[in-house]
Design a protein around this ligand. Sequence first.
Ligand code: ATR
Length: 270
Amino acid sequence: MDQYRVFGNPIKHSRSPYIHQAFAKETAQELTYQTQLIELDAFEQDIKAFARAGGKGGNVTVPFKEQALALCDQVSKRASLAGAVNTLSFRDGQILGDNTDGIGLVKDLLANKVPLKNSRILLIGAGGAAKGVVLPLLEQQPQQLMIANRTLSKAEQICQLVSDGRLTCCTFEQTNNYDFDVIINATSASLDGHLPAIPEKVIAGAEVCYDMVYAKQLTPFLLWAKEAGANKVIDGLGMLVAQAAESFNIWRGVMPSTDEVLQQLRADLT
Ligand code: ATR
C-alpha cells in the first residue's frame, strides 16, 4: 500500500493522519498515512530514508518547512515564494516540493462565501505563515492586498520580492488610513495570547476577520474582532483541512470533499 507521513517536532497532536485517512476512505484510495517525529538534526536523513524505503510523499510541519524547501530537487513557484514546503512527493528518484497553505486559505475563505475578487484585504504579519498566502491571495484578483507587520522591513521585503501593483505594505499604525473588507491574521501573536497592535477602528470596520490559527474557543484575535463589531469571524480549522485536501490531490490526482471532515474535527476540538 502507498505510504505517506507527516513529519514534524512535535507531531503527536497532528490531525493530519485523521484527515488523510478520512479522505482516502471517501475517495476509495488505498494508502496509509502516519505521523513521524523527526529529531531536530535528522530531517534530511529521515526524509531520504523514507523515500528510499518506497514512501510516496508526506507533509512537513513545524519546524522543518524551510529545511524541506532546501532538500527538494524541484519546488513550485508558490513554495519558493513562501520560502517553505509543506507537501513532498517522491517521484522517479526526485523530491518535489509544494506549499498548499495559501490555496488552503483561499479555498476556506471562498467556502465561507467571503468575496476576494475586487476586495480590499489586510494581511497582518510577514513571517512564514504570511508569505505562504500572498501569491494565492493575489491570484484571486483583490483590489488591494496590504501587508502590515510589527517590523515593517519584513513586509517591505515581501512586496519587493513579489512586485505586484496591488500589493503594498505599511505599519500597524498606518492601517488607520484605509478601509478593509477582509482582515487576515497571520501573526503568531494569538498563540501566546497577544494581539497585533492594529487600531480597533480598522478591525471594527471589516466585513470578515480571519485567524489562521484555531482553538476550541474563539482565538484572542477573533474574540477582539467580534467584540469590536466585525461582521463575521472565522478561524483556521477550515484552512487546515483545505490545505490537506490540496496535498491529497497532488499525490492522488483526486480532490476529496472537506465538509464532513471539518465538521468532525470541529466537534472533536478540545
Ligand atoms: P510563522 O511561521 O508562524 O509566520 P514567524 O516567521 O516567526 O512565524 O513570524 C511570526 C509573525 O508574527 C511575524 O510577522 C511577527 O512580527 P515581527 O516580524 O515583527 O516579529 C508576528 N508577531 C509575533 N508576535 C507578535 C505580536 N505580539 N504582535 C504583533 N506581531 C507579532
